[in-house]
Design a protein. Structure first.
Lengths: 394, 799
């Protein structure tokens, strides 16, 4: 799909979204006395079949591993992924990402604009931010944009006026969308990644340009849409930072962003690629650390100048890559669809490819202190040797 | 009962001779001609009987689950009826030139087999199996067999890539890449001819055109599917004819060894066979067919016929021993036995009829046909048999044989008569109580339903079940499917509220122990949503945005959504179909339905083979004790009416109860569950077992009334009726025992259970009954009462 076409399609989506949500809104507003179960906010189903659930991300909270996935599942392991315990989670929406900046404090994000928080190392979770709040902030944001555009139009010349007119129209559409979403129980869009520099400052990104930040441990999340150059509202997929100061965000249609001031201001980087970049990893050797971004159909790009220029790296695999990690020993490991595990001992110059026999698709991974890997994705937890190959039966 | 024997002989026969006896024996020729004509007619009918194994008959159609299933049956049709042909390579993997060549041939062969829905045939070589992937430009895809496939290494590698991208691993391609499936959905009726699918022919075609033709030392063929089970059942059922022949011949030999008389052998066999012919003929006249369950009935009818025949023969011989003419022997025998015979047969029949309380048509039909068969025996074996014997008599040889036996009574009978000794009676009863407790204790392990994996109709080691085990081991979806139907308003099955409920349902069902996987339109919606977002797993969720949801539902295959979008099935694949597994699944699903059912989405149980089985189990579990209560109630009542004594009822019923309890323990020990096939067996066992008791008790009572002490009365009973009982117990056991060799598992189970029950009932009647009689009966009182009655009778007849 060409970006242009995509923009048009999006507009169409937007229109119909408005229409369908209006319908949905009236349904919710019906006065037939029927109380409908909101399946989003039922507590997650407890399952002992962790190995079968779809898991989407895994993080380390000191000695503990915490993984999140479909239907509100959060599980944790204190023995490097051998055995897992399911946490109590108050929601059933699919959770897409998890991050622990300290052993106790952690955040998980997911569909329906949901942000969960744990202050006990992942044992218990509470709702910190909802799709309803996302939609409300989107309304105020759109209103602010409309106000500023209208103000600008008063003093604009003819040439500027045309552009502002378009922008105003866009903002009005966005306001309509957000207003309907508020009435219909919140945004329907997912958050797709979360990252915290410390127990206070964090960032959550998601679909259709969702981006929120906090500097008080998530008590207040603020919409940041205006700070990133993403007028087309593409999806943000991944956040990476080696030092908490320089932060990278990758996304749909090859989008790449960098902040040099811990997320206050953002620069859109020139992209080497027009496909989605599902993951980004920052190596921690100094301020000029290497950045690796990867995504659709096995595309890998590396940059040694903080994302200003990128070089393509090719491997034997064309499987879409979705998650990556740097092991304690410095090995770079990427995982993706259809059993693909790519590992590199030279920081992404060359990769050795392992296609695992189960051919599952993996979304993320983490490396244990002994360099062995824990992969998550379809079929839940998969333990693997450092190169991704299957562990021998114990 | 009316007092028989001696007393009557002192009076003119006509005085006390029942009208019916005169009617029969004064019109012997007319009777025989009429019966012969009826036999000819029914024999013709019997030869036209059709096999009949319709699905509806085997399920409890009145159970709400089944009603729900039948209501949605048309929408669910495409779910079930297909045949899976697994083609396995024994060297390397399926990406091999020779293997693919064979696979292609099999694909083409199956395509042309009548009954296969050609447009829906799926295999690596069918054009509808495609791969797809997401690229920067959008979706890309094609048939899995690459364009210009030539079997070269390169094109095989291409094929491998395509298969990986096709999403068919675990479904059409084994998880280990060593086998692949040709999936042939079947049509119910031929589109052109309108004829119903012929399972037998289809099954044979699959054997000859696929398995025999392409199976070799490098390629193995496994065939799985409901159609194949039915085919194998029909094939197996054909062997039943051989079992009948074996049972017939063994009975013949035993009869001869017992009677040493050609007539005494031929006449009971003839009469019993006529009974079977009538029974089968009547089935056809009444519009019934014969199914794998009711196939048991001819065996029962034959065996019961022989059993009564032997009683008759035995009595006739005894009369001949005293020098009575064939005619007199036959008449006296008839007079003496027609009441106990009638009572016994009527209790059999009514015992069988109690099976009607189980609301499963196949069992109700079995009840009806068995009762019919027993009713027929009243004519053929209680009437025709003595009439025939009144012509033939018994041979001298036979009488001599009996005389020898009489002069030299077997030590065995003396020993058996010892059970009327008070001391031994008490010990016996003590042991019986012990066995009762033992049976009750071990009977607790009795399970409802089918316990073995695979198709429960067939033996665990049958080819079909080995094929099935191969499929289960190498592919992701089992063959035990429990289907929950989610009903929504029309055109609303894709609404977020409905789909979200289905998603939650799946989430709650997946952790249930015994559930392998759960599939519905939700899986497809999530898959499509993922694909729409370039394959990112993070999008594997339902969107509450109805427009997005609709587009992700647009690719849902027709089997997962009905035509007017008012019902979506949720397929719960199970690891097995054990009763406990089914109970857990049912409980979880019912609980969900009770909590979350709404106008948007109503969860309704249950379809799929496991849903049907769950309903059947529920019905059977409920009917089990109900049926026992009925059968015992009815049989007890009949005994009470006949003997007008509660003690008599206890003497006859308690041994049967012990057998029933032990039979349940045996079932638990053998891993045989209570199911459609084995539930009737308990009623049949009681129904037939009661015969022994009635014959022995009535005979013994007669001797007591004649003034004999209990021990002597029983000893004399043993010599006459007892021999016959022992003999019939054995004959019956052999008759149904042959079933143990049936390739059809439930027939073998029925055979085993019936054999056990017949033998135990026999022992119970011979051992427990006299012991109970010793403890419960008061011979002196009986004699007094009998004498009073007789006086009254004589006074009446003198008037």
């Amino acid at each position: 799909m060409q970006p242009n076409n995509k923009a048009i399609t999006r507009m169409a989506y937007g229109l119909v979204t408005v229409a369908s949500l209006l319908v949905a809104g009236t349904v919710y507003g019906q006065s037939d006395g029927e109380v409908r179960t909101d399946f989003r906010y039922l507590p997650a189903v407890k399952t002992h079949w962790i190995e079968r659930a779809l898991l989407l991300d895994v993080a380390r909270a000191n000695g503990r591993l915490v993984a999140v996935g479909e239907r509100g599942i959060i599980i944790h392991s204190d023995d490097d992924g051998r055995s897992w315990v399911q946490a109590d989670v108050p929601v059933s929406v699919t959770l897409t990402a998890v991050n622990f900046p300290s052993p106790q404090m952690g955040w998980a994000v997911g569909h329906e604009g949901t942000i969960l928080h744990s202050s006990d190392g992942g044992t218990s979770w509470s709702v910190q931010f909802t799709g309803q709040q996302v939609a409300e902030q989107e309304v105020s944001f759109a209103e602010a944009v409309i106000a500023s555009k209208q103000e600008a139009m008063e003093t604009a010349d003819e040439f500027e006026l045309e552009d502002l007119g378009f922008e105003l129209e866009e903002a009005e559409y966005a306001l309509d969308d957000a207003t309907v979403a508020v009435e219909a129980g919140g945004t329907t869009n997912p958050l797709l990644d979360v990252w915290f520099a410390d127990e206070k400052s964090g960032l959550a990104v998601g679909a259709y340009g969702l981006i929120f930040s906090t500097d008080d441990g998530g008590e207040n999340w603020k919409i940041r849409s205006s700070d990133l150059d993403n007028l087309d509202k593409y999806h943000y997929y991944s956040i990476a930072s080696a030092d908490g100061q320089t932060i990278y965000v990758s996304g749909e249609a090859g989008m790449l962003f960098r902040s040099d001031d811990a997320g206050v201001t953002w620069i859109r980087l020139d992209s080497p690629y027009e496909g989605s970049l599902f993951g980004i990893v920052a190596l921690s050797n100094g301020s000029a650390g290497r950045v690796i971004s990867f995504g659709l159909r096995g595309n890998i790009f590396v940059s040694d100048d903080k994302g200003e220029t990128w070089e393509r790296r090719t491997t034997a695999s064309q499987n879409t890559l979705m998650g990556g990690v740097i092991s304690p020993g410095g090995k770079l490991v990427l995982v993706g669809r259809s059993g693909a595990v790519l590992s590199s001992d030279d920081a992404g110059e060359t990769f050795s490819v392992v296609i695992r026999e189960d051919r599952s698709s993996y979304s993320a991974l983490i490396a244990n202190p002994d360099e062995n890997l824990v992969l998550v994705g379809e079929g839940g937890i998969h333990r693997a040797k450092p190169d991704g190959s299957a562990e021998e039966e114990e | 009962m009316k007092g028989p024997t001696k007393h009557h002989l002192t009076h003119p026969v006509e005085d006390v001779e029942p009208l019916i006896e005169r009617l029969i024996f004064n019109n012997r020729v007319v009777l025989m001609v009429v019966l012969a004509l009826v036999t000819l007619f029914l024999g013709y009918q019997a030869s036209h009987i059709r096999p009949d194994a319709s699905f509806e008959k085997m399920v409890p159609t009145s159970h709400p689950y089944i009603a729900n299933f039948l209501k949605n049956r048309d929408d669910l049709a495409s779910l079930g009826n297909s045949v899976r042909i697994v083609v396995e390579t024994k060297k390397g993997d399926i990406f091999d030139k020779d293997f693919q060549e064979i696979l292609q041939k099999i694909n083409d062969e199956v395509f042309y087999i009548p009954g296969v829905d050609r447009s829906k045939l799926e295999s690596l070589w069918s054009p509808n199996i495609r791969w797809s992937e997401v690229t920067e430009e959008g979706f890309r895809g094609g048939a899995v067999i690459p364009d210009g496939y030539d079997g070269s290494h390169e094109s095989l590698e291409n094929l491998r890539e395509n298969v990986l991208k096709s999403g068919q691993i675990g479904r059409l391609v084994a998880n280990n890449f060593k086998s692949t499936i040709v999936l042939a959905p079947l049509v119910d009726r031929d589109a052109e001819t309108g004829e119903k699918l012929d399972y037998k022919e289809l099954s044979q075609n699959l054997e000859t055109l696929v398995r025999d033709k392409y199976g070799s030392d490098v390629v193995a063929i496994h065939i799985i599917g409901f159609a194949k089970i039915v085919g194998d059942l029909i094939h197996g059922a054909n062997q039943v004819g051989i079992f009948f022949l074996i049972a017939f011949l063994t009975t013949m030999v035993l009869l001869y060894l017992y009677s040493r008389c050609l007539w005494s052998t031929a006449v009971p066999l003839l009469c019993s066979t006529i009974g079977v012919v009538w029974q089968l003929g009547l089935l056809n006249v009444l519009g019934f067919g014969i199914d794998p369950y009711s196939m048991l009935v001819p065996f029962l009818v034959f065996a019961i016929g022989v059993s009564h025949g032997v009683q008759m023969i035995n009595s006739i011989r005894a009369k001949s021993l005293f020098g009575a003419s064939p005619m007199a022997s036959a008449r006296l025998t008839f007079r003496q036995l027609y009441i106990p015979g009638l009572v016994a047969l009527v209790s059999d029949g009514i015992g069988f009829l109690t099976l009607m309380v189980i609301e499963i048509p196949v069992i109700q039909e079995l009840a009806l046909t068995a009762s019919l068969g027993v009713a027929v025996l009243i004519l053929t074996n209680l009437i025709l048999l003595p009439v025939l014997m009144s012509y033939t008599g018994v041979t001298k040889n036979s009488v001599q044989h009996m005389e020898k036996r009489k002069d030299n009574p077997s030590k065995v009978w003396e020993w058996f008569s010892g059970f009327t000794d008070m001391k031994r009676a008490r010990v016996t009863l003590g042991i019986a109580v012990g066995l009762f407790v033992f049976g009750l204790y071990f009977g607790q392990g009795l399970k409802i339903g089918d316990l073995d994996p695979g198709a429960p109709e067939l033996r665990a080691d049958s080819r079909y079940n080995r094929d099935n085990a191969f499929l289960t081991a190498n592919y992701s979806n089992s063959t035990d499917v429990f289907v929950v139907m989610v009903e929504t308003p029309a055109q609303a099955c894709g609404n977020y509220e409905a789909v979200a409920a289905v998603d939650r349902f799946q989430g709650e069902m997946e952790p249930v122990e015994g559930v392998q996987s759960v599939v519905s339109l939700v899986n497809v919606a999530k898959l499509v949503n993922t694909a729409m977002n370039e394959g990112s797993l993070k999008w594997a969720a339902l969107s509450r945005n109805q427009f997005v949801l609709n587009s992700s539902l647009s690719r849902v295959p027709s089997i997962l959504i009905n035509t007017d979008c008012s019902m979506v099935p949720v397929l719960v694949f199970l690891e097995d179909h054990k009763a406990d597994t089914l109970l857990r699944v049912v409980a979880a699903a019912e609980e969900f339905a009770a909590t979350y059912n709404s106008p948007d989405a109503t969860f309704v149980l249950a379809a799929g083979n496991s849903g049907v089985e769950a309903a059947t189990n529920i019905v059977i579990a409920k009917a089990q004790y109900q049926m026992l209560a009925w059968v015992y109630g009815v049989v007890s009542l009949l005994c009470l009416i006949t003997f007008r004594s509660l003690r008599a009822v206890l003497c006859i019923i308690l041994p049967l109860a012990l057998t029933s309890v032990l039979a349940q323990a045996l079932m638990a020990a053998m891993g045989i569950g209570v199911k459609v096939a084995t539930l009737p067996v308990i009623a049949l066992g009681v129904g037939i077992g009661v015969d022994y008791g009635i014959y022995i008790y009535s005979r013994m009572l007669g001797f007591i009334k004649d003034g004999l002490k209990l021990t002597d009365a029983y000893f004399k009973t043993l010599q006459s009726t007892g021999v016959a009982v022992a003999f019939t117990g054995m004959t019956l056991a052999i008759g149904v025992g042959t079933w143990m060799f049936s390739p059809i598992k439930f027939q073998a189970d029925m055979g085993l259970m019936l054999t056990f029950m017949f033998l135990w009932n026999m022992l119970g009647a011979l051992i427990l009954l006299p012991a109970l009689a010793r403890v419960l009966l008061e011979p002196a009182k009986i004699r007094q009462k009998s004498a009073d009655e007789l006086e009254q009778l004589v006074a009446d007849s003198r008037k």
